[in-house]
Design a protein around this ligand. Structure first.
Ligand SMILES: O=C(O)CCC(=O)C(=O)O
Length: 295
C-alpha cells in the first residue's frame, strides 16, 4: 500500500531531519476509497515513537488541558476519585508544541493530500489512552457524529499506536464500506449525556475487520466509517495518537446540531465554558486598562 517506507530520522529536539516519505500506491488509494479504512505498517521511526511516548505520558501525568475542558474520560462522567477508563486529550499540541513538528504529522499530511487533494490540512488531533488493564471499550461510532454545528469539513483520521496493538489491547476494528452509507443516529454511552463518548444506535459488526499494528504504524479511516476498539487487557498502557485532516469549505457539513450532541451535559464542556468566560473577563479588564492609559 505504501510506495516507499520512511527512512527519516528524528533529532533530539523532535524535529525532522531530511529523509524520504511514504506515499500510497494507486491500489492503496483504491482500497481506502472502497473500504473507508487502510492499514499502514509504518508511518514514523521507532526513535520518534520513543520521543512521542515521553511527551504523551507527560501530558497525561500533568493533566494537560483539564482546566480548559480538553482533557476528560471518554467513557465515564469523570467524577472526582473515579479512575478514568479512557482518558482523552483534545488538541494535545496546544499543551505540548513539540507535537507540531513530528515526522508522523509530516508524513500523514502528505498522504492526506493524496487522498483529499492539495488543500487538505490538519483539522483536529487527539490522544486516547487506555491504561493497563482498562475495561474501557470505545463503542461503535462514526467520527462525523461528534462534529459540532458549523463544522466545515469531512475528516480522515490517522490513528497511530505508540506500542504494538491487537485485539487484546484495543486495536481499531472497522466495518468495510460503511463510509458509503449515511450517518447513523448515535446516543451517549449508557444513554448518559454526562459521558462524552458516543455509540452508534446500530452497527452490523459481523463484517468487522480488526487491524493489528506495530508501534509507529497507523490506520486511516473516513469520518463515516463505523469503528470500535476493545478494552486493554494487557499490563501496559495502550497509547494512541490521532491526527485528522480535511478540506475546509464555505459550506457547513453540519447545519443543524446533532440531537445527541445537543443533549450533552458533560463536566468538560462546563470547564471549557468557565475557562472561556474567565478569558473574556481578563480581555475586558485589559481593554479598560488600555483605554484608561490612552485617555
Ligand atoms: O483509540 C480508540 O480507542 C478509538 C479512537 C477513535 O475512535 C478515533 O480516533 O476515531
Amino acid at each position: 500500500m505504501l510506495q516507499q517506507i520512511s527512512k527519516s530520522a528524528v533529532n533530539a529536539s523532535g524535529n525532522v531531519e531530511g529523509g524520504t516519505c511514504p506515499l500510497l500506491t494507486p491500489s492503496g488509494i483504491d482500497f481506502f476509497e472502497a473500504n473507508g479504512f487502510l492499514t499502514l505498517p509504518i508511518l514514523t521511526t521507532q526513535t520518534e515513537v520513543q520521543h512521542l511516548i515521553a511527551l504523551y505520558d507527560a501530558l497525561f501525568r500533568d493533566r494537560a488541558g483539564w482546566e480548559t475542558g480538553d482533557h476528560f474520560d471518554f467513557a465515564n462522567t469523570g467524577e472526582a476519585g473515579v479512575q478514568p477508563s479512557i482518558p482523552q486529550i483534545l488538541n494535545p499540541s496546544r499543551y505540548e508544541p513539540r507535537l507540531r513538528h513530528t515526522l508522523f504529522r509530516e508524513n500523514a499530511t502528505l498522504i492526506a493530500r493524496q487522498l483529499l487533494g492539495s488543500s487538505a490540512t490538519l483539522v483536529y488531533e487527539h490522544a486516547m489512552l487506555k491504561p493497563a488493564g482498562s475495561a474501557g471499550v470505545t463503542p461503535w461510532h462514526q467520527d462525523e457524529a461528534f462534529y459540532p454545528k458549523y463544522t466545515n469539513y469531512k475528516s480522515i483520521t490517522f490513528w497511530m499506536p505508540l506500542q504494538a496493538v491487537d485485539q487484546s489491547n484495543g486495536c481499531l476494528e472497522f466495518i468495510p464500506g460503511s463510509h458509503l452509507a449515511a450517518l447513523v443516529p448515535h446516543h451517549s454511552i449508557d444513554n448518559d449525556p454526562r459521558i462524552p463518548g458516543l455509540e452508534a444506535d446500530h452497527a452490523n459488526r459481523v463484517a468487522a475487520v480488526a487491524c493489528p499494528l506495530p508501534a509507529g504504524g497507523a490506520t486511516i479511516h473516513h469520518c463515516r466509517t463505523l469503528h470500535t476498539a476493545g478494552p486493554n487487557t494487557s499490563s501496559d498502557p495502550r497509547r494512541a495518537y490521532c491526527l485528522a485532516f480535511g478540506v475546509r469549505s464555505r459550506a457547513h457539513t453540519v447545519r443543524t446540531e446533532h440531537p445527541w450532541i445537543k443533549q450533552k451535559r458533560t463536566a468538560s464542556a462546563r470547564r471549557a465554558a468557565d475557562a472561556q468566560s474567565a478569558l473574556a473577563r481578563s480581555a475586558s479588564a485589559l481593554k479598560q486598562v488600555v483605554k484608561a492609559l490612552l485617555r
